[in-house]
Design a protein around this ligand. Structure first.
Ligand SMILES: [Zn+2]
Ligand SMILES: [Zn+2]
Length: 309
């Protein structure tokens, strides 16, 4: 859940970035002499943002946005010059189309185009900061999840594989997963990562594994265990499985989990079709045309059908 939420947040900031980018590119094209946009892109392209994963992604956004530039892009950000605000409701939320007239207020030494560009680029810089924070947080949680799920662990610095939780640490600042050998320094050793991880911010893999037993899918740990058992009986022992369930509610949950795990099953709870269902199960024939043969049969305890009528 945390990872999904973090992904959404990162997506929201990326969308904001793309919107501001479109605007700044349009402004830049109106005033190509101004070096602000070029300075911004140079900072991204030189990978000096502190997180290479982020700067590579932003580089792609920039080159796509430049390729898609259109002279009418301003319409998304500005109202036509001289639009009567009283008459046009949509336009009243947008500022007026900027020209090379002098700006007002604190930017009176700049043209309106230059002043607008200055504002948008400072917004872009703020969004970049957020994207870096969100990317790091997401990376942190994804790596914890990898450890807890017993997935293959790879050192982000040297690329060594087959690491076990006992010999890795996850960096609290940047989220990188590193082998013990590679995380002795506090400066993150991953190329292009500027994070500084203090000792207490390096989480030892083995302390994260302790919670592996508590880790479970959205179906709950008991149902996870049942699914595991069912799979091993069906796939490894090649035998059929009878599940006796007492409560209708928990049986429904179990069935949801079986569907999610892609395990075909039959349910004897439906009175009208129960004897046919049983026959198909015994004969190893599919319950419906085109359906898979179920190796799993669910019966309710206390249900007359369960006694094999
Ligand atoms: Zn390493
Ligand atoms: Zn790092």
């Amino acid at each position: 859940m945390i990872v999904v939420r973090r992904k959404h947040e990162l997506q929201a900031y990326s969308d904001q970035f793309k919107k501001n980018l479109k605007q700044t590119i349009w402004l830049h094209k109106q005033d190509p002499e101004c070096s602000r946009f070029r300075k911004f892109t140079a900072r991204v392209e030189s990978h000096k943002l502190g997180d290479v994963e982020v700067s590579k992604q932003l580089e792609q956004y920039i080159s796509k946005a430049l390729a898609r530039y259109h002279k009418d892009d301003w319409q998304k950000f500005y109202r036509k010059k001289g639009t009567n605000i009283e008459k046009c409701k949509e336009a009243d939320t947008l500022p007026e189309y900027p020209t090379n007239e002098k700006a007002t207020g604190g930017h009176s030494h700049l043209t309106r185009v230059a002043s607008e560009n200055r504002t948008i680029i400072s917004k872009l810089n703020n969004v970049v900061e957020e994207i870096i924070n969100q990317t790091r947080a997401l990376r942190f949680f994804e790596n914890i999840l990898l450890i807890q799920r017993g997935a293959e662990l790879v050192c982000a610095r040297c690329g060594v594989t087959d690491l076990t939780p006992a010999i890795v640490k996850v960096m609290g600042q940047c989220g990188h997963l590193l082998g013990l050998e590679c995380c002795k320094d506090n400066d993150c050793p991953v190329s292009g990562c500027s994070a500084y991880n203090r000792e207490y911010q390096k989480l030892h893999g083995s302390t994260l594994v302790g919670s592996r037993l508590q880790w479970c899918s959205e179906h709950g740990s008991k149902i996870d265990e049942i699914i595991k058992l069912v799979r091993s009986i069906v796939n490894e022992k090649k035998e059929k499985v009878l599940i006796f369930a007492q409560w209708s509610e928990s049986t429904d949950k179990l069935e949801e989990a079986l569907v999610a795990a892609n395990v075909p099953f039959s349910d004897l709870r439906k009175e009208a079709t129960s004897s046919k269902t049983l026959q198909h199960f015994q004969n190893g024939t599919p319950p419906k045309k085109g359906a898979k043969v179920s190796e799993v049969l669910i019966m309710n305890i206390g249900d007359a059908n369960a006694s094999g009528r």
